[in-house]
Design a protein around this ligand. Sequence first.
Ligand code: SAH
Ligand code: SF4
Length: 390
Amino acid sequence: MQVAVDHWSDGVPGHCVGGPVDITELSRGELAGRLADLGLPAFRAGQLWHWVYHRGVTGFEPMTTLARPLRAQLAGRFRIGRPEPALEQRSTDGTVKWLFRFADGSEAETVFIPETDRGTLCISSQVGCTLTCSFCRTGTQKLVRNLTAGEIVGQVLAASDALGAWPSGRPGRPITNIVLMGMGEPLYNLENVAAALRVITDNEGLSISKRRITLSTSGVVPEIERCGRETGVNLAVSLHAVTDEVRNVLVPINRKWPISVLMQACRDYPGLSNARRITFEYVMLDGINDGPADARALVRLLGGIPAKINLIPFNPWPGTRYRCSPAPVIARFAEIVMKAGYASPVRAPRGRDILAACGQLRSKSERQGRRRREPRAGTGVGVEIETVGS
Ligand code: SAH
Ligand code: SF4
């Protein structure tokens, strides 16, 4: 049975109604459904999935297990989406940062951080962020929208293209871990994030285990339980302060869901155990939250929660009122935390030789004279990227 293409609207911003459906917006079940509408058997969905997510093809021509007329038929109805790399920066230490541009022209940042035992891809969940954490440049960006599931998956696909990271390509895949720590608040876009994670974890495709995926939230308490139940990924919480007074200023969503309520949601996180701990992120801000008393209060606050602590040196950006804590202050804070049993909480900076600090791609892009509809601010990527000046 043939179904008129016009009936297929994928509801994706920037896609024409009736245009080709982007496969990356579909779950495996939905893809099978679309193919069934064309009278194609279920195993075709498996074949297509393998080509798209295991082999990394971007068109239908290379799909040699499908007969030529079928490839042509599929090419008329589907496309295999990728954001376009508007900018790419590679550090001598292997860190790569992209500014990916989506179909409607909006952009978000993605970062790859190679380490000896893993390769972590940091992806964005929104363009900008509706929240306004006072130390985060993403919060100053005017243009904000949710990324679609396909646009979230698309960052992994485009990064895999650039890194030659396809499962079929070679042993020792570069991307082993994923963190949702780029632009945006993933729990304000949980529907699309969860759909994207189902594609990313699918074991006949990209096959990245949910145990190797971490989602970072500023503390959207009502969605935390659902996040654990629906996605099963590791949770990271942007704590950044040990009193409501300070956290209200740094992470204003704290006025809605204060620290005590957030901590209870953490205790209740599905699947929490000593083997699956919550990571508490703590940005080191000079004179704001970095004293020894803060460190001791942090240890008390996390008592009884299977937890890891990630101390993040603050990435300054032009116009910010904050400074990063001096190295000895960070060391002292770390020592108190380590004495309480938390291991190596400060991570080494990466990507020093490229403009790898959050938001630095914007100024570079502007210097290159690229047109953009809205000025954009940088991501709050919480990975160990250090500023090299703007
Ligand atoms: N919105 C989510 C995830 C993205 S931000 C969240 O807030 O958790 C990822 C991490 O980077 C968060 O811990 C965030 O607080 C941190 N971050 C944002 N801006 C930063 C900056 N300028 N320097 C250091 N860390 C920053
Ligand atoms: Fe949004 Fe996270 Fe930045 Fe806060 S820290 S403004 S929640 S991206």
